[in-house]
Design a protein around this ligand. Sequence first.
Ligand code: ZN
Length: 288
Amino acid sequence: MTGTLVGAVEAGGTKFRCAVVSSDLKIVDSRYVLTTDPDTTLATVAEFFGRSKPVAALGIASFGPVDLDPGSPGYGSITDTPKPGWSGAPILGRLSEALSVPAGIQTDVEAAAVAEQALGPPMARRLAYVTVGTGIGAAIAVDGLPWRGRHHSELGHIPVRRVAGDDYPGRCPFHGDCLEGMACGPAIAERWGIDPTDAGGRDDIWQLEASYLAQLVRVLAYSFAPDRVVFGGGVGARPGLAEMIRAATRTELGGYADYSTGDDAFVIAPALGNDSGLLGAALLARSL
Ligand code: ZN
Protein backbone atom coordinates (compact mmCIF):
# COMPACT_ATOMS: atom_id res chain seq x y z
CA MET A 1 0.00 0.00 0.00
CA THR A 2 2.88 2.36 -0.77
CA GLY A 3 1.71 5.94 -0.96
CA THR A 4 -1.64 5.29 0.64
CA LEU A 5 -2.83 6.48 4.02
CA VAL A 6 -3.85 4.20 6.88
CA GLY A 7 -5.89 4.77 10.01
CA ALA A 8 -4.52 4.09 13.50
CA VAL A 9 -6.44 4.02 16.77
CA GLU A 10 -4.93 3.64 20.22
CA ALA A 11 -7.92 2.78 22.37
CA GLY A 12 -7.30 3.62 26.01
CA GLY A 13 -9.36 3.56 29.17
CA THR A 14 -9.47 7.36 29.43
CA LYS A 15 -9.07 8.42 25.79
CA PHE A 16 -8.88 7.11 22.24
CA ARG A 17 -6.10 8.55 20.10
CA CYS A 18 -7.01 8.47 16.40
CA ALA A 19 -4.66 9.29 13.53
CA VAL A 20 -4.32 9.23 9.78
CA VAL A 21 -0.80 8.03 9.05
CA SER A 22 1.24 8.17 5.82
CA SER A 23 3.03 5.14 4.38
CA ASP A 24 6.29 6.43 5.87
CA LEU A 25 4.58 6.61 9.27
CA LYS A 26 4.10 10.36 9.57
CA ILE A 27 0.96 11.44 11.41
CA VAL A 28 -0.94 13.68 8.99
CA ASP A 29 -4.11 14.20 11.05
CA SER A 30 -5.03 13.21 14.59
CA ARG A 31 -7.57 13.66 17.33
CA TYR A 32 -8.17 12.60 20.91
CA VAL A 33 -11.63 11.27 21.78
CA LEU A 34 -12.57 10.93 25.45
CA THR A 35 -13.56 7.41 26.46
CA THR A 36 -17.16 7.58 27.62
CA ASP A 37 -19.72 4.89 26.73
CA PRO A 38 -18.87 2.58 23.79
CA ASP A 39 -21.60 3.87 21.41
CA THR A 40 -20.64 7.52 21.78
CA THR A 41 -16.90 6.91 21.79
CA LEU A 42 -16.82 4.64 18.73
CA ALA A 43 -19.22 6.91 16.81
CA THR A 44 -16.96 9.91 17.49
CA VAL A 45 -13.90 7.95 16.35
CA ALA A 46 -15.70 6.92 13.14
CA GLU A 47 -16.75 10.54 12.62
CA PHE A 48 -13.11 11.68 12.79
CA PHE A 49 -12.11 9.25 10.03
CA GLY A 50 -15.20 10.19 8.00
CA ARG A 51 -14.14 13.85 7.98
CA SER A 52 -10.41 13.26 7.44
CA LYS A 53 -8.58 11.91 4.40
CA PRO A 54 -9.69 8.44 3.24
CA VAL A 55 -7.67 5.55 4.66
CA ALA A 56 -7.05 2.17 3.01
CA ALA A 57 -7.02 0.13 6.24
CA LEU A 58 -7.41 0.54 9.97
CA GLY A 59 -5.22 -0.77 12.82
CA ILE A 60 -6.45 -0.74 16.41
CA ALA A 61 -4.25 -0.98 19.52
CA SER A 62 -6.75 -1.61 22.29
CA PHE A 63 -6.82 -1.71 26.05
CA GLY A 64 -7.63 -5.16 27.34
CA PRO A 65 -8.83 -7.65 27.97
CA VAL A 66 -9.82 -8.08 24.33
CA ASP A 67 -10.87 -11.17 22.34
CA LEU A 68 -8.14 -11.74 19.74
CA ASP A 69 -9.31 -15.14 18.45
CA PRO A 70 -10.45 -14.65 14.82
CA GLY A 71 -12.61 -17.79 15.15
CA SER A 72 -14.54 -16.46 18.12
CA PRO A 73 -17.95 -14.73 17.81
CA GLY A 74 -16.60 -12.00 20.08
CA TYR A 75 -13.47 -11.37 17.99
CA GLY A 76 -12.28 -7.81 18.39
CA SER A 77 -14.53 -7.09 21.37
CA ILE A 78 -13.55 -6.14 24.90
CA THR A 79 -14.16 -9.11 27.20
CA ASP A 80 -14.91 -8.92 30.94
CA THR A 81 -13.78 -5.55 32.22
CA PRO A 82 -14.63 -3.64 35.37
CA LYS A 83 -14.94 -0.56 33.11
CA PRO A 84 -18.68 0.25 33.12
CA GLY A 85 -20.45 -0.50 29.82
CA TRP A 86 -17.38 -1.81 28.01
CA SER A 87 -17.72 -5.58 28.60
CA GLY A 88 -18.51 -7.00 25.15
CA ALA A 89 -17.98 -3.68 23.33
CA PRO A 90 -17.28 -4.58 19.66
CA ILE A 91 -14.44 -2.15 18.95
CA LEU A 92 -13.11 -3.88 15.82
CA GLY A 93 -16.52 -4.76 14.33
CA ARG A 94 -18.03 -1.33 14.88
CA LEU A 95 -15.08 0.61 13.42
CA SER A 96 -14.42 -1.67 10.44
CA GLU A 97 -18.11 -1.49 9.54
CA ALA A 98 -18.22 2.30 9.89
CA LEU A 99 -15.09 2.84 7.77
CA SER A 100 -15.71 -0.03 5.29
CA VAL A 101 -11.99 -0.88 5.14
CA PRO A 102 -9.96 -3.92 6.25
CA ALA A 103 -9.24 -3.61 9.96
CA GLY A 104 -7.11 -5.44 12.50
CA ILE A 105 -6.70 -5.34 16.27
CA GLN A 106 -3.94 -6.01 18.80
CA THR A 107 -3.61 -5.06 22.43
CA ASP A 108 -2.04 -1.66 23.09
CA VAL A 109 0.98 -3.35 24.66
CA GLU A 110 1.42 -5.77 21.74
CA ALA A 111 1.26 -2.88 19.27
CA ALA A 112 3.82 -0.92 21.28
CA ALA A 113 6.12 -3.96 21.39
CA VAL A 114 5.88 -4.43 17.62
CA ALA A 115 6.56 -0.74 16.94
CA GLU A 116 9.56 -0.59 19.31
CA GLN A 117 10.92 -3.81 17.79
CA ALA A 118 10.45 -2.69 14.19
CA LEU A 119 11.27 1.02 14.49
CA GLY A 120 13.46 1.30 17.61
CA PRO A 121 17.22 0.72 17.89
CA PRO A 122 18.46 -2.26 15.83
CA MET A 123 19.73 -5.62 17.11
CA ALA A 124 16.50 -6.54 18.89
CA ARG A 125 14.67 -9.21 16.90
CA ARG A 126 12.96 -10.31 20.10
CA LEU A 127 11.71 -7.42 22.23
CA ALA A 128 9.59 -7.25 25.37
CA TYR A 129 7.56 -4.10 26.03
CA VAL A 130 6.26 -3.36 29.52
CA THR A 131 3.83 -0.57 30.31
CA VAL A 132 3.53 0.70 33.87
CA GLY A 133 0.75 3.20 34.55
CA THR A 134 -2.69 2.69 36.06
CA GLY A 135 -2.00 -1.02 35.43
CA ILE A 136 0.94 -3.13 34.31
CA GLY A 137 1.04 -5.05 31.03
CA ALA A 138 3.73 -6.69 28.95
CA ALA A 139 4.02 -8.18 25.48
CA ILE A 140 6.69 -9.79 23.33
CA ALA A 141 7.32 -8.97 19.66
CA VAL A 142 9.37 -11.28 17.48
CA ASP A 143 10.42 -10.09 14.01
CA GLY A 144 7.52 -7.63 13.72
CA LEU A 145 4.77 -9.86 15.11
CA PRO A 146 3.37 -10.17 18.62
CA TRP A 147 4.00 -13.49 20.33
CA ARG A 148 0.66 -14.75 21.58
CA GLY A 149 -0.74 -17.84 23.25
CA ARG A 150 -4.44 -18.74 23.37
CA HIS A 151 -4.95 -15.28 24.77
CA HIS A 152 -2.81 -12.18 25.05
CA SER A 153 -0.35 -12.21 27.95
CA GLU A 154 -1.29 -11.01 31.43
CA LEU A 155 2.24 -10.64 32.73
CA GLY A 156 1.29 -7.77 35.03
CA HIS A 157 -0.32 -10.34 37.32
CA ILE A 158 2.71 -12.52 38.04
CA PRO A 159 3.39 -13.18 41.72
CA VAL A 160 6.25 -11.17 43.19
CA ARG A 161 8.47 -11.67 46.22
CA ARG A 162 7.74 -8.94 48.75
CA VAL A 163 10.68 -6.61 49.38
CA ALA A 164 11.82 -6.78 53.04
CA GLY A 165 10.14 -4.08 55.13
CA ASP A 166 7.37 -3.37 52.62
CA ASP A 167 4.06 -4.02 54.36
CA TYR A 168 1.80 -2.52 51.67
CA PRO A 169 -1.02 -5.06 51.13
CA GLY A 170 -1.34 -4.55 47.36
CA ARG A 171 -4.39 -3.41 45.39
CA CYS A 172 -5.12 -5.95 42.66
CA PRO A 173 -8.82 -6.87 43.00
CA PHE A 174 -8.00 -10.46 41.96
CA HIS A 175 -4.64 -11.21 43.58
CA GLY A 176 -3.91 -8.45 46.08
CA ASP A 177 -0.12 -8.37 46.02
CA CYS A 178 0.69 -9.46 42.46
CA LEU A 179 3.12 -7.25 40.50
CA GLU A 180 0.36 -4.89 39.32
CA GLY A 181 -1.10 -4.78 42.84
CA MET A 182 2.28 -3.79 44.28
CA ALA A 183 3.82 -1.60 41.59
CA CYS A 184 1.20 0.12 39.38
CA GLY A 185 0.89 3.91 39.58
CA PRO A 186 -2.08 3.88 42.00
CA ALA A 187 -0.15 1.45 44.28
CA ILE A 188 2.73 3.92 44.48
CA ALA A 189 0.29 6.74 45.25
CA GLU A 190 -1.50 4.72 47.95
CA ARG A 191 1.64 3.30 49.57
CA TRP A 192 3.56 6.56 49.77
CA GLY A 193 0.75 9.12 49.82
CA ILE A 194 2.26 10.95 46.87
CA ASP A 195 1.35 11.16 43.20
CA PRO A 196 4.08 9.35 41.21
CA THR A 197 4.40 12.40 38.95
CA ASP A 198 5.38 14.47 42.02
CA ALA A 199 7.90 11.92 43.29
CA GLY A 200 11.00 13.20 41.50
CA GLY A 201 14.12 12.87 43.63
CA ARG A 202 12.51 10.26 45.92
CA ASP A 203 15.07 7.52 45.38
CA ASP A 204 13.45 5.35 48.07
CA ILE A 205 10.24 5.21 46.04
CA TRP A 206 11.96 4.41 42.74
CA GLN A 207 14.39 1.86 44.18
CA LEU A 208 11.45 -0.09 45.61
CA GLU A 209 9.59 0.23 42.31
CA ALA A 210 12.65 -1.00 40.40
CA SER A 211 12.97 -3.99 42.76
CA TYR A 212 9.46 -5.15 41.86
CA LEU A 213 9.75 -4.42 38.14
CA ALA A 214 13.09 -6.27 37.97
CA GLN A 215 11.23 -9.40 39.07
CA LEU A 216 9.18 -9.12 35.87
CA VAL A 217 12.37 -8.66 33.85
CA ARG A 218 13.63 -11.90 35.40
CA VAL A 219 10.46 -13.71 34.31
CA LEU A 220 10.75 -12.23 30.81
CA ALA A 221 14.45 -13.07 30.56
CA TYR A 222 14.02 -16.66 31.71
CA SER A 223 10.77 -17.30 29.78
CA PHE A 224 11.44 -15.60 26.47
CA ALA A 225 15.14 -14.59 26.46
CA PRO A 226 14.47 -11.28 24.68
CA ASP A 227 17.22 -9.08 23.25
CA ARG A 228 15.71 -6.02 24.89
CA VAL A 229 13.12 -4.98 27.47
CA VAL A 230 11.47 -1.56 26.98
CA PHE A 231 9.64 0.17 29.85
CA GLY A 232 6.91 2.63 28.79
CA GLY A 233 3.75 4.14 30.26
CA GLY A 234 3.21 7.10 32.58
CA VAL A 235 5.26 5.52 35.38
CA GLY A 236 7.46 3.09 33.44
CA ALA A 237 8.99 5.67 31.07
CA ARG A 238 10.04 7.94 33.93
CA PRO A 239 13.58 9.27 33.22
CA GLY A 240 16.18 7.29 35.13
CA LEU A 241 13.89 4.38 36.02
CA ALA A 242 15.19 2.08 33.24
CA GLU A 243 18.73 2.38 34.64
CA MET A 244 17.49 1.51 38.15
CA ILE A 245 15.57 -1.50 36.81
CA ARG A 246 18.67 -2.61 34.88
CA ALA A 247 20.75 -2.52 38.08
CA ALA A 248 18.04 -4.31 40.08
CA THR A 249 17.80 -6.94 37.32
CA ARG A 250 21.45 -7.87 37.78
CA THR A 251 20.77 -8.49 41.47
CA GLU A 252 17.60 -10.40 40.58
CA LEU A 253 19.36 -12.72 38.10
CA GLY A 254 22.13 -13.46 40.59
CA GLY A 255 24.66 -14.07 37.84
CA TYR A 256 22.71 -17.01 36.38
CA ALA A 257 22.10 -16.85 32.60
CA ASP A 258 22.66 -13.12 32.84
CA TYR A 259 23.27 -12.07 29.27
CA SER A 260 22.17 -8.55 30.27
CA THR A 261 25.41 -7.97 32.20
CA GLY A 262 27.38 -5.18 30.62
CA ASP A 263 24.67 -4.52 28.05
CA ASP A 264 23.34 -1.01 28.61
CA ALA A 265 20.70 -1.52 25.92
CA PHE A 266 19.00 -4.47 27.67
CA VAL A 267 16.50 -2.40 29.69
CA ILE A 268 15.63 0.92 28.08
CA ALA A 269 12.94 3.62 27.78
CA PRO A 270 10.82 3.67 24.59
CA ALA A 271 12.59 5.01 21.49
CA LEU A 272 9.22 6.20 20.15
CA GLY A 273 8.14 8.04 23.30
CA ASN A 274 4.36 8.12 23.64
CA ASP A 275 3.82 7.07 20.04
CA SER A 276 4.70 3.34 20.33
CA GLY A 277 1.11 2.10 20.56
CA LEU A 278 -0.26 4.38 17.84
CA LEU A 279 2.59 3.56 15.43
CA GLY A 280 2.09 -0.13 16.17
CA ALA A 281 -1.54 0.28 15.13
CA ALA A 282 -0.35 1.98 11.91
CA LEU A 283 2.07 -0.88 11.23
CA LEU A 284 -0.78 -3.34 11.71
CA ALA A 285 -2.97 -1.38 9.28
CA ARG A 286 -0.13 -1.26 6.76
CA SER A 287 0.17 -5.06 6.92
CA LEU A 288 -3.49 -5.69 6.02
ZN1 ZN B 1 -3.29 -9.27 39.84
